[in-house]
Write a protein that binds this ligand. Structure first.
Ligand code: AMP
Length: 213
């Protein structure tokens, strides 16, 4: 971790598009267009702030290990990762969605031991074990909606926004597991060593969030 720079790890894709205007309201503008560039690390208008763009699931790792001071990613990823190694001081209230179970529309038979397909294996495991339900978890990396249709699983644990993806694949949302939105996480050492800069950025971001709501 560099002492001079404040490194912010951003999640590429949908979250990036929503986060960039908020960062701008908080006074941070990338030196070049992050959406069209293939670069992974960018300078900003502030000499001491750098922005990284990585997969959401890698954001907690960079922040926990201190290569980034601050990270911005979805609560789903933080829940899946476990939230021991960093602080989570701010909800940006962006990219809101829900973590839900989903199963084929109108399917009523529930086998004794559910087969649950998900890329969120820890979230699925925790959810069902808190309810004392025995399940077999099947790890998939994408296109979860296919699993019940192809007979691989009885249900899935997935992110639902409008629910259109589920319906298009003959599925319906069933149980609500958690509300998800974009969160700011901070490396524990950075919170101490770079306290003033981190705190001031958190305050500006909190103001930008409040202005939007
Ligand atoms: P929808 O059809 O609107 O329910 O969108 C569902 C799909 O969009 C899911 O399978 C997710 O992969 C993706 N999605 C929706 N919202 C988010 C979000 N906030 N963060 C990440 N992925 C999302």
């Amino acid at each position: 971790m560099s002492d001079s720079k404040l490194v912010i790890a951003l999640t590429k894709g949908r979250i990036l598009e929503e986060v960039l205007p908020l960062l701008e309201s908080a006074g941070i503008i990338p030196a070049e267009d992050m959406n069209s560039s293939r670069k992974l690390i960018f300078d900003s208008n502030l000499e001491d702030v750098q922005l990284m763009v990585i997969r959401g699931s890698d954001v907690p790792t960079y922040v926990e290990l201190g290569s980034a001071d601050i990270g911005i990613t979805g609560k789903d990823i933080l829940m899946e990762n476990g939230s021991e190694g960093y602080y989570e001081p701010l909800d940006l209230k962006l990219a809101t969605c829900r973590l839900m179970t989903a199963a084929p529309i109108n399917q009523v038979t529930t086998p004794k031991r559910l087969r649950v397909a998900s890329k969120f294996v820890n979230i699925a495991k925790n959810y069902f074990s808190e309810q004392g339900r025995q399940v077999d978890i099947i790890k998939l990396n994408g296109a979860l909606e296919l699993a019940p249709i192809m007979g691989l699983a009885d249900c899935i644990v997935d992110i639902v926004d409008t629910g259109k993806t589920l319906v298009a694949n003959g599925l319906e949302p069933r149980e609500h597991i958690a509300d998800v939105s974009t969160r700011v996480i901070v490396n524990k050492a950075s919170m101490k060593i770079k306290h003033d800069r981190v705190q001031s950025l958190l305050e500006r971001l909190a103001e930008a969030v409040a202005d939007k709501h």
